[in-house]
Design a protein around this ligand. Structure first.
Ligand code: FO1
Length: 306
């Protein structure tokens, strides 16, 4: 059965992903997730964007922090700090168990795809959630403080360094997840969720063969920039540092001829004429489950109309 593929990264994308999961069944929808943010830390394999999506789909995500799990305690990471360990990357006690389970599975020769299937099923998630690749791809942020591993830039340095570019180490030899390739062979369309184009979506689009695989498939993207600002995260700051206007049209231009459609917020309706691709305007701020579902429905209808 032909499916819709949703491409998502961190928190912004995960909100729309939850909306999509409420209107499309597991037979109609597959989630492809960025793994460029992954890193080995404290002996654990951490996959932040997979975790954000998992917690979002399970409605277990921490709405205050925007990442991690709801109802967390922090005994482990506080104690680690008291023992002089690295506590800059805040691992909650329940979250820690997820990283431990994934790391144990990877050490026992499971792939990240298999570990993710196991963990999402444990959360009662029936939709397919797949990492963009099972190979190691790591986003490096080139900045005025040198080349930084993504989590060092994003968390340890709190996105303060001025960025000059990004590199996805390992991308040349990484294999697109076969489940994504298979989904694209009989695909009703692709929705690029409102994640950071540079560090949450580009790694997946940069996988060898990915852009070719998208060529004959309707692709729409939802702008993560509203009124010149990112709803969450450093996308607008990055754009300014890259001398790109922090605007919805600039996001559409970034994706270029990959797009058949673009969704942006009502706030930016006056900029529609700046965008060459077919554009629709709606309320894209998703501050309730209902808004997530409404935007999901809007995107699916847009895909059908293309
Ligand atoms: N983001 C932070 O800003 N501070 C943290 O301490 C932090 C811990 C963390 C732990 C597990 C996890 O899955 C994500 C975590 N994040 C944290 C968010 C993470 O850095 C970002 O979600 C992505 O890498 C960017 O979308």
């Amino acid at each position: 059965m032909s499916k819709i593929l949703a491409i998502t990264g961190g928190v912004g994308g995960a909100k729309l992903a939850l909306g999509l999961s409420k209107i499309l069944s597991a037979d109609e929808l597959v989630f492809a997730v960025n793994t460029g943010d992954d890193f080995e830390h404290l002996g654990l394999h951490i996959s932040p964007d997979i975790d954000s999506l998992t917690y979002a789909l399970a409605e277990e995500n921490n709405q205050e922090l925007g990442w991690g799990r709801a109802g967390e305690t922090w005994q482990f990471i506080e104690t680690l700090g008291q023992l002089g360990g690295e506590n800059w990357f805040r691992l909650g006690d329940k979250d820690l168990a997820l990283h431990m389970q994934r790391t144990q599975m990877l050490r026992s020769a499971s792939t990240l795809t298999e570990a993710t299937a196991h963990i999402t099923r444990a959360f009662g998630i029936t939709h397919t959630v797949v990492p963009m690749t099972d190979d190691a791809v790591r986003t490096i942020v080139h900045s005025d403080q040198g080349a930084l591993a993504f989590q060092h830039y994003f968390v340890r340095e709190q996105c303060r360094p001025a960025v000059s570019g990004f590199e996805f180490a390992g991308i040349e030899s990484a294999n697109l997840n076969p489940i994504i390739a298979e989904t694209l062979e009989d695909c009703r369309g692709v929705i690029i969720c409102p994640s950071n184009p540079y560090v949450s979506v580009d790694p997946l689009l940069s996988l060898p063969g990915m852009r070719e695989a998208l060529r004959n498939i309707p692709v729409i993207a939802v702008s993560p920039i509203v009124g010149g600002m990112a709803i969450k995260g450093p996308a607008a700051k990055m754009m300014q540092e890259l001398d790109v206007p922090a605007s919805a049209p600039a996001v559409a231009a970034h994706y270029g001829n990959l797009l058949d459609g673009f969704v942006m917020d009502l706030t930016d309706a006056d900029q529609r004429s700046e965008i060459s691709v077919h554009t629709r305007v709606t309320e894209t701020i998703m501050n309730s489950l209902q808004r997530r579902i409404e935007l999901a429905r809007f995107c699916v209808e847009f895909l059908h109309a293309l």
